[in-house]
Design a protein around this ligand. Structure first.
Ligand code: HEC
Ligand code: HEC
Length: 276
């Protein structure tokens, strides 16, 4: 009872009292319409409609994502195109030696997925190729090369609906992710759900709270002027509630990634998105 009272007053201290919903703008990127609002998947018990984080941003931030020429993330996409064509590792190969980038259309929308019982993300697949097929060092999870490459590969799926598998051998991972999503942690004793499910649409400090969707990742943030990975973002939110974050690439964050991806089923992949 006491814990509950404490949480309530902490929540009142954090959330402003002015609730304003997501806006009604339509997102077109270079003339292609994106789905930023759709009925929530049936597994979501407490939410009827899901929204892309783009719908919660200020008009000037929204505008940056509507035209690839204005989108600052494309500097990094161009860097990735260079890396794509550059030989690396003991085998003297480049990504381009074995793949054509268009072959990755659709991949982003279906990740993470289970392979041999293990949950794998886009970062895992890229590093598997680097190590096993190129004889190269794996990239760090949120390194410049990795986030650039996940942007270039994710871009091939832009406009496609998020569509991760959550049944079969993914079910146990999905359950684990769901548990983490609703688990209160840290000094503020809050769960992801307390902000991104119970309070989306309200102002928190100077920020407009979204549903915490990951359909736009990696995302260029104006705050740090670089591409941010999904796990990097999870880490930041955990630190903000004064919890000790899980490591990038940990089983916990992969499970959380699967669960959150499944809360965005049907939203368009917006990679690479722009947020504040
Ligand atoms: C020598 C050939 C080779 C090179 C070079 C190579 N790959 Fe691969 N890659 C493969 C093969 C083969 C697979 C199929 C799965 C497996 O066995 O790993 C694959 C799978 C992948 C996948 C998963 C695709 C899917 O649909 O499941 C991604 C993503 C990927 N590679 C990215 C890259 C990137 C990025 C680079 C450069 C940093 C790269 N690969 C370099 C051979 C290569
Ligand atoms: C105290 C409130 C709070 C909690 C708790 C919280 N977040 Fe956030 N989160 C924010 C704020 C504020 C932002 C930036 C505005 C926005 O996009 O909602 C954000 C942004 C995000 C985004 C980026 C959304 C986008 O469109 O780019 C993701 C993903 C996210 N959070 C995931 C999580 C996860 C996972 C957890 C639980 C581990 C969590 N958050 C817990 C406040 C919170």
């Amino acid at each position: 009872m006491q814990a509950r009272l404490w949480v309530t007053s902490a929540a009142i201290a954090i959330f402003g009292s002015v609730a304003s919903a997501q806006d009604a703008s339509n997102l077109m990127i270079d003339g292609v319409p994106m789905v930023t609002e759709i009925a929530a998947p049936s597994h979501m018990e407490n939410v009827d409609t899901i929204y892309s984080g783009w719908r919660f941003r200020a008009p000037e931030t929204q505008a940056l994502e509507m035209d690839d020429f204005d989108n600052p993330a494309f500097v990094f996409v161009e860097q990735a195109e260079e890396i794509w064509a550059t030989e690396d590792g003991s085998q003297g190969k480049a990504c381009a030696s074995c793949h054509s980038i268009e072959d990755f259309a659709g991949l982003r929308a279906t990740l993470p997925r289970v392979e041999d019982g293990k949950l794998v993300t886009l970062e895992d697949l890229i590093n598997k190729s680097r190590v096993e097929h190129m004889g190269a060092e794996p990239w760090k999870w949120s390194s410049g090369s990795m986030t650039a490459m996940t942007a270039l590969i994710g871009l091939q799926s832009r406009g496609m609906p998020m569509n991760v598998a959550i049944d079969g051998d993914a079910a146990a991972h999905w359950e684990a992710g769901k548990e983490l999503y609703y688990q209160r942690v840290g000094q503020l004793d809050m769960a992801c759900s307390n902000c991104h499910e119970d309070n989306y649409g309200v102002m928190i400090r100077a920020d407009h709270l979204s549903q915490g969707q990951i359909n736009g990742f990696p995302t260029y943030r104006l705050k740090n002027a670089k591409l941010n990975s999904i796990h990097g973002r999870f880490k930041g939110c955990m630190s903000n509630i004064r919890a000790t974050p899980y490591a990038e690439g940990s089983e916990e964050f992969k499970a959380l990634e699967l669960y959150i991806a499944s809360r965005g089923q049907g939203l368009s992949v917006e990679t690479p998105s722009v947020r504040n």
